[in-house]
Structures are given as structure tokens and as C-alpha cells.
Design a protein around this ligand. Structure first.
Ligand SMILES: [Zn+2]
Length: 458
């Protein structure tokens, strides 16, 4: 009897203990849910560095456990905190199981509406959940995004006044921008010519820009100064430009079989399809290869020194006759039939065969190699987007990267490439556009259009 009574009591104790442990576990579980410590998640996009105008943000917040309780969006600047949005999420169902666990919203924030000053401003996204943590406030999620308010575009104004520019010629504008300017220059229709700062301590923000009017520019080109700041705010302003019309010559060139026989071996490097006739080869050279070569010039001319390297008028090949002019429109005839038409964007100067060629001005060799239709070619960079081109040479005397002085020998004339006889094809390029070299040979033109404007920089 005694033994079984003790046994029964042990069973009761064990049962009570198990029940107690279960209750303890349930209570613990309940409190663990109630006091869960997982922070709400916050994702904000985009995260712009600059705050320039009304900005759309996509906000996604979530809390998988107790659910979302409160969302506060604000902007802090200096000691000011400006509320953007406050939202309470309702408690719903047992332990908020039917509450809000995910929330997505597009928010528009306008620095002008919030009356923000220029400078640092921080965007705060704060979210709380329905946990009993944090003294009952819930778990707190925070995203702080630092931004620079910059709603004011840079200012830009022309300093030089009169700009009389020939079609196919060049203009120089001296202008001033505010100190926040990151990039500036001149637009002629869609073509951009960068400006280069002139480092004068007395006048901050002074720039020069050489801009070309292409030979085929529209009758009323849109020409304006343009500036952009770090925040991508841009401004533009017009300045006085008078475009002088100019007519270019038409030239008729006859392509003979003898000419084709003479020039085609030079182009044996070109991957012509088998069975292509000589005339067809000529047309491929005169069109496709010409374009490829032109693109190389544009690319090469992009690496330019930020300072003006040249001085005074450009040298013209000594004792040379002008055989072809800038922007001559050439019609090509074969056996009496017109087969092609191309513009000529330099001057052809002929002297004695193998005449020495001098650097037209101070600069740096940025190209010295064979170049398709141009044969042996040298390109000199004269700084600030200005370059000179020497083509059809028989010999190049200067290596790539060498600095040359005006008058220094760079090689000899020849008839390499697509040339009918020994001559120098001389070109001037301004920011990727071929212009009339005649202006650069002319000391009066340089004085009136360049030197006088540069003299405005004190
Ligand atoms: Zn030429």
C-alpha cells in the first residue's frame, strides 16, 4: 500500500511539473512574440547625392513579425526638422496578425515647397513596429540619407562682344561662369565645343571657347553659351554672333584608269571583296575609308591640351601654290559619267616634290602614322581644341608625343594615300570640325578675331 501511494504521488508531481513547464514555455513563447527584437526593414530609391528639384522616391518598408506601427518621414536641415509624412498603421487581429506587414509608397519631395536652403539636408525615414520592446514603443528602423540641396543653376555670361564668323570658320568667345560650374562651353546647334578656364587669379571663372561653324551649317544656327554644375543644373545664354555667308567652289575631277592603276596598290591593305572592279574599289576608298579616317581625326583631336600652345599666325608651306581650297565640292567623273561627290576639307599646297614641311605653330604630335586616304599623316595639337593636319607626306620626322616649335621640320611632302601628285594637304580642326585654314594663315584675322578677345582677359 505505502509503496503504491508514493508511486501515485510521484506521477502527480511529474504531471504537475510537465503542465507547469508547458505553461512556462507558452508564456515564454508569448512574451518572445510580444517582445520580438527584429527591426522593420526600410528600402529607399533612388539615393541622389544632389537635391535639385522635385524628386520622386520609392519607399518600401516591412516588418514580418509584429507588423508596422508607425512611419515618419522628415527632412533635417541645420536645427530645423520638417515633417514630410506621418502614418500610423492600425492594430488588427490577435497579436496584429492581420496588421500591415508590407508597405510601399511613391513620395515626392520638393526642396522649394519645404523651403530648404542651399547646402546639406538629411532625409530621415523612421519606422516602428508593434513589438513591446523599447519601453513599449517597438523596434525602431532608421534610414538617414545625406543630400546637398542645389537648386540654383550656374550663371554664365559672355565677356567678348562682337563675333563675326565666316561659314566654315571659327569664333572665339571669352566668357565668365560662377564658381560652381563643372563644365561649360558653346553649342552650335547640337555640336558642343568645350570651354577652357584661363587661370587668372584676378578674374575667377573666365573661360575661352573656340567654336566652329561647319561649312554646311544651317542658315540660322542656334549658338549659345552653356554651363552645368555638379548637381547637373544647367543654364544657357545667347551672345552676339553674326554669321557671314560664304560660297564654296565646285570642282570637277576625272578619274582615269591610269590614275586607278597608280593609286590602288597603296590600298592593298583594304579588305575588298574578291572580284570588285577598280572603280568600285575607288568608290569604297573615297566613301567608306574616307569616313573611317575622318572619325580617327575627330577622336585624335579630343585629346587636347587645356592651355593655348600656339602663338601668332600659322605657317603656310613655303613657295607653294594653292591647288585646292577648303570646302571645294568635288564631283568625280569616270568615262564621262559622274560617279561620286565629296567635300575637300583642307587646302592643297604644292611646291617642289619632297619639300620640307614645317610645324605651322607650336604644339604636340598627337598622331604620326599612315591614315588611309591621307597617306602618311601628322596631327599637331595646339591646345584648347585646335589642331593642324598634314597629309600625303613622303616621310614623317617626328614621333608621337613630341612637342614641336613653330617652324620646326616635321617631314616632307609626297603623294601617299589618295593623291594625284606631290602636295601637302593641310587642314585645321576645331573641336572635331574641319575649318578653313586660310583664317589661321592670316595675321589680321587672328588679331581681330582672337588676340583682341584674349586681350579682354586682364
Ligand atoms: Zn587635299
Amino acid at each position: 500500500m505505502k509503496k503504491s501511494k508514493a508511486k501515485k504521488r510521484r506521477i502527480v508531481y511529474a504531471f504537475v511539473l510537465i503542465v507547469f513547464l508547458i505553461i512556462l514555455f507558452l508564456v515564454g513563447w508569448f512574451f518572445a512574440i510580444l517582445f520580438e527584437g527584429e527591426k522593420p526593414s526600410i528600402s529607399l530609391e533612388p539615393l541622389p547625392k544632389f537635391f535639385t528639384k522635385i524628386q520622386e522616391f520609392t519607399l518600401s518598408i516591412g516588418d514580418s513579425k509584429r507588423g508596422l506601427k508607425r512611419l515618419i518621414i522628415s527632412v533635417k536641415q541645420g536645427g530645423r526638422e520638417i515633417s514630410v509624412l506621418k502614418k500610423e498603421f492600425p492594430f488588427n487581429g490577435l497579436l496584429n496578425r492581420q496588421g500591415v506587414h508590407q508597405f510601399k509608397k511613391e513620395i515626392f519631395i520638393d526642396p522649394l515647397v519645404l523651403n530648404l536652403a542651399q547646402g546639406r539636408a538629411d532625409l530621415y525615414i523612421q519606422v516602428w513596429d508593434y513589438s513591446r520592446r523599447g519601453g513599449g514603443d517597438g523596434n525602431h528602423g532608421l534610414v538617414q540619407h545625406k543630400m546637398i540641396v542645389d537648386t540654383i543653376p550656374p550663371s554664365i555670361r559672355a565677356i567678348s562682344r562682337q563675333h563675326n564668323i565666316n561659314k566654315g570658320g571659327v569664333g572665339l568667345v571669352v566668357y565668365q561662369t560662377s564658381s560652381d560650374t563643372e563644365e561649360s562651353g558653346v553649342f552650335v546647334d547640337d555640336h558642343f565645343s568645350p570651354g577652357f578656364p584661363v587661370n587668372e587669379k584676378s578674374q575667377e571663372g573666365i573661360h575661352v571657347s573656340y567654336f566652329a561653324l561647319s561649312y554646311n551649317t544651317s542658315t540660322t544656327p542656334k549658338i549659345y553659351l552653356w554651363a552645368k554644375d555638379m548637381a547637373d543644373n544647367a543654364s544657357k545664354t545667347t551672345f552676339y554672333v553674326h554669321v557671314r555667308r560664304k560660297n564654296f567652289r565646285k570642282e570637277r575631277l576625272t578619274i582615269s584608269d591610269r590614275f586607278l592603276e597608280r593609286i590602288l596598290p597603296y590600298f592593298s591593305f583594304y579588305p575588298f571583296d574578291p572580284g570588285v572592279s577598280d572603280v568600285k574599289k575607288f568608290l569604297i576608298i573615297n566613301n567608306k575609308l574616307r569616313k573611317e579616317n575622318h572619325n580617327i581625326f575627330v577622336k585624335v583631336a579630343k585629346t587636347t591640351h587645356p592651355d593655348k600652345l600656339w602663338e601668332g599666325s600659322f605657317l603656310r608651306l613655303k613657295n607653294a601654290a594653292t591647288m585646292a581650297r577648303f570646302a571645294d565640292l568635288r564631283s568625280y567623273y569616270y568615262k564621262g559619267k559622274k560617279i561620286d561627290e565629296q567635300g575637300h576639307f583642307g587646302v592643297d599646297l604644292a611646291s617642289l616634290p619632297n619639300s620640307p614641311i614645317q610645324a605651322a605653330n607650336n604644339g604636340k604630335v598627337v598622331f604620326a602614322d599612315r591614315l588611309g586616304i591621307y597617306g602618311f599623316t601628322v596631327v599637331l595639337d595646339h591646345g584648347q581644341g585646335l589642331a593642324s593636319i598634314y597629309a600625303h607626306m613622303s616621310k614623317i620626322n617626328v614621333p608621337l608625343g613630341q612637342e614641336v616649335k613653330k617652324g620646326e621640320s616635321i617631314g616632307f611632302t609626297g603623294q601617299t594615300g589618295l593623291a594625284a601628285g606631290d602636295h601637302l594637304h593641310f587642314g585645321i580642326m576645331v573641336n572635331g570640325v574641319f575649318v578653313n585654314p586660310i583664317e589661321w594663315f592670316d595675321g589680321h584675322w587672328i588679331k581681330d578675331n582672337i588676340s583682341r578677345k584674349l586681350a579682354l582677359i586682364k
